[in-house]
Every structure is written in C-alpha cells, then in structure tokens.
Design a protein around this ligand. Structure first.
Ligand code: F0G
Length: 486
C-alpha cells in the first residue's frame, strides 16, 4: 500500500540525527555544537543525515509530488528554500525557520536572437532576484535558521556573527541578522576597495558593524578563521556547512523546473570560494540517490584567468593533480576573486562521487574580456546578469567553442547576483576606464553612453515653451522619429 502524501502545508514530522562529517578524515561529530572544522584533523565539514537512504522508500514519485504541491503553500517555513526540508536540514523546528522571500528564483530562457548568437539554447537562473540580490540568501536562510535553533536550545543572550566577504555574503548576513535581531549582532570584514559601492551600502543599511581590511578576500578569510579559533563567534562563511545545505536548494529548484529531468542539460556555475558549486554537487547527488533524478546533468564550473586555482587543479591529468592556492589579480568577477577557496576539499570529494555516479564534472577558464563582453551581450537581450553571470555565459561560449557540449545540449547558467550590484564595471567598460591590470578593452558595438539633448546655457536662453519645442525636435532628430500622418 502506498503512503498517502501529507498536506503540502503540514510541517514535516520526521527529525533526523544529522552529523558533521569531515571531508579529510571522515570522522563524525554531533550537530549540537556549531563546528566549522574537524576537531580531529582541521578539515572542512559537510552535514549528513545518516538515515538519508530511508527516504528512498517512499519512492521518487512521492517526493516529486510533495515538492510540487508545496510550491503553492502559504506556510512560510516551507515556502522558501525549505520547500525541500527533508533533503536539507530535517532537524529544524518550524519556529526557527527564517523566511525573507529567498529562493524560487525564475529561470529565464534566452531569446531566439541571443541563443543564435551563442550557438546554443540556454537560460539564466536569476539569483539576483533573491532578497539581498544574490544566491547567498539561500545559505543564510539555512545558517540563521540553525542559529535560531541553537539560541533557543542554549538560551544564549548574545551571538556575534562574523564573515569575510567579497560583498554578497556580507549583504546577506547583515540582512538576515537585522531581521532576526536580538540576540544576534552582525560583524562583516571586507577587503577595502574590493567591494562595489552597492554591495557596501547593504550591510551599512542593515546596521551591521562593517570593518574594512587592507588586502583581498583571502586576507579577510584568514583573519576570520583566526577569530573563529580564538573567540566565541558564529562564522557565516560557507565554512559553516549549514550554508551549504541552504544553497542546495538551487539544484532542487532547477531540477523541479525541468520536471525532475535534467538529461541533455548542463549547469554552469561561477566558482570563487567554491561553496556554491559544492552545494549544487551535493544537491544533485541527493536527488540522484533518491531516484528523483534519473541521470545527472553535466556540471561546469567557470573561473577567470585572474583567479583560477580550481581550474588549474582539474586541468592537470587525473593522477598528477595537486591543489595550489594562487595569488589573485584584479577581476571583474570580483565576487569570485578568490585564490584559496575554502570549500575546495568538498569539491574534490563530491566531484569524485559525481563522476562515479556517471555525471560529467569539469571546469573551464575564461578571460576578463570575455566575461565583460558576455555580460553586456546578455543584458542587451533582456537579462539582469552580474559579472559572475557573465562569467557563466563566457564559460558556455568557451565550452561550445571547445566542443565540450552535445549538439542539442541546453545550458542553465547561474546569474549569481543582480546586475545592479556590479554597475561600476559596466561604467568602466562604457567609459573605457578599466585600469590596465584587468586587461579589458571595450568593444565599440557594446558601448552605450548617455547623450545630452541640449546644454544648460542654451536652455537658459529659451522660454519654457521654446525649450520644450527645441528639445523635442532634438530628441526626434537623434532618435530618428517620423512625423504622424494625419
Ligand atoms: N557570484 C557571486 C555574485 C558571489 O558573490 C560569489 C561569492 C560567487 C559567485 C562565487 O561563489 O564563493 O560559492 O564559489 N561570493 C562570496 C562572498 C565569496 O563573500 O560574497 P562561491
């Protein structure tokens, strides 16, 4: 007899005995404590439900039906990333779940004109339509929900959250921290001058303590790791495995959008600290393990030439791979400008599993020029891609050129943040003012600049009526307007 599906608005009853599992020594640790690294070997951790395989008993149809039905729920705890609660963090109570409208981001297919110019059909998943305008909100919903559970269980009266950031993690941490309020206080560490003005305005507006450090993200990350070792702080970087769980929802939503079948599709993801690609690998593997996905799609990580440690690792032949951090150079994909990605050991472990399960995993590398050109090309065709989204499209172009994709393969590109956060790079392109270190020269065909209709002095010389008529004439001439036929 098959189990009747529960109402999509009922909060699930089953709780798992989740554990941290070390990616280095495979030791297991209780989740009663907030751990970032393995107490035994210092390795990075992943979270596991030891009884995960028991979920397979209900059958793939049960899970697909339940997750599909939940799309319509008004239970906010199941409305965001926790639509997939059972696959993610089945230890949280309904009252702990923080929902700010994250997740369920649209997948927008490229127009016929854009697809023709790229040579493949593809779509962007618009992660910039999350509340703080990047995918980081998925992970923060995970991390803050768990943090609320800890606060409730331990009765803590003060929790200091801390993160290093290239701009988006800090925006998300500050947003969720300010929503939850007491006893949470948010501190963010940013590399001075390496975060866009829009990104900087976000934690400031949310009331976080914003501290700027000379250097790049990797310098900030080392300071944060030191602080996490020596002080009582809740680390909100993706070293915190609860963030990874929240970000798995990207993979679940993508599979769901395509009717739980990703055959013939490839997913392109920009790689910085490698948390996002870790989460997507993990999410796809879980779907496969429960039979919800019949086969794994191709997964392609994309890195810039100016921050390419993961590409370098996979570039080497299988037997001769060694991970070496790189010194980053200025990159327009600034949010992913990371030379020593914290989650690399997770990627290595999960990518091996992915390949063992028959999935194709690879990393491609693109130039700074290609990233800018691709972002502008996308956005001239109705998209809202940030520079990292542009990096994905540049990655797709490179993969097509290198013959890595099948003829009819359809690509889903992760536009990880909203274009507005990175408007300064667009301005530098249009004004041809990139410092030489970026190596970007504008393509005149993609440049767009405002033009003055009339100067101030001329306006002052005219009456209001004359001004309107003369300005209108100037607009009509410049825009090539034709008169109305009577
Ligand atoms: N795209 C955007 C918009 C990002 O903000 C980031 C990372 C990435 C891509 C790369 O993702 O690190 O998971 O591989 N930003 C982090 C931050 C590092 O601090 O905001 P990743």
């Amino acid at each position: 007899m098959s189990v009747p599906p529960p109402s999509p608005s009922d909060f699930p009853a089953r709780r798992a005995a989740m554990e941290y599992v070390c990616t280095g020594c495979a030791s297991r640790h209780s989740v009663d404590e907030l751990l970032y690294t393995c107490p035994e070997c210092g390795g990075v951790l992943l979270l596991e439900d030891p009884d995960f395989d028991a979920l397979a008993e209900a059958g793939p149809g049960y899970w697909r039906g339940l997750f599909d039905a939940r799309r319509a729920t008004r239970t906010t705890a199941l409305r965001g990333v926790f639509r997939f609660y059972e696959l993610m963090a089945p230890v949280l109570e309904r009252e702990d779940i923080v929902y700010l409208g994250e997740g369920d981001t649209p997948i927008v297919e490229a127009s016929a004109a854009l697809a023709a110019s790229v040579g493949r059909r593809f779509a962007f998943k618009n992660e910039g339509q999350n509340p703080s305008a990047s995918f980081k909100d998925r992970g923060m919903a995970g991390a803050f929900s768990y943090l609320r559970a800890l606060v409730r269980l331990h009765g803590w009266d003060e929790v200091l959250t801390l993160c290093a950031s290239t701009g988006d993690t800090s925006a998300a941490a500050a947003l969720y921290g300010s929503y939850v309020g007491e006893p949470i206080r948010t501190v963010v560490l940013l590399p001075r001058g390496r975060v866009t003005p829009q990104q900087l305005s976000q934690p400031l507006g949310s009331g976080a303590l914003v501290l700027e450090v000379p250097g790049v993200f990797d310098d900030c990350m080392k300071i944060v790791e030191y602080l996490a070792d020596h002080y009582r702080v809740a680390l909100l970087n993706s070293k915190n495995s609860w963030r990874i769980l929240g970000q798995e929802s990207y993979a679940y939503e993508t599979a769901q959008w395509y009717g739980w079948d990703l055959a013939g599709k490839s997913l392109f993801v920009p790689v910085g600290n490698a948390g996002n690609i870790t989460a997507i690998l993990s999410g796809l593997l879980k779907l496969r393990r429960l039979g919800i996905l019949p086969a794994l799609p191709r997964l392609v990580g994309v890195q810039s030439e100016h921050a390419d440690p993961v590409w370098r690792y996979y570039q080497a032949p299988a037997g001769a791979r060694r991970f070496e951090p790189v010194t980053v150079r200025p990159s327009v994909a600034q949010a992913a400008m990371i030379g020593n990605p914290v989650s690399f050991p997770r990627v290595r472990l999960l990518a091996e599993r992915y390949q063992r399960e028959g999935g194709d995993f690879r990393v491609v590398r693109v130039t700074e020029q290609a990233i800018m050109d691709a972002m502008l090309l996308a956005n001239r065709h109705g998209h809202i891609a940030c520079t990292q989204g542009g990096e994905c499209l540049a990655g797709l172009l490179a993969a097509v050129e290198q013959g890595l994709l099948d003829r009819d393969e359809f690509a889903v590109l992760d536009a990880t943040a909203h274009s507005l956060k990175f408007a300064g790079f667009q301005s530098m392109y249009f004004d041809n003012s990139f410092p030489p270190a970026y190596g970007v020269t504008p393509d005149p065909g993609l440049v767009n600049r405002p033009e003055a209709v009339m100067d101030e002095e001329r306006k002052r010389a005219l009456t209001a009526e004359e001004f309107t008529r003369e300005a209108a004439l100037a607009v009509a001439r410049r825009a090539g307007l034709r008169g109305r036929s009577r």
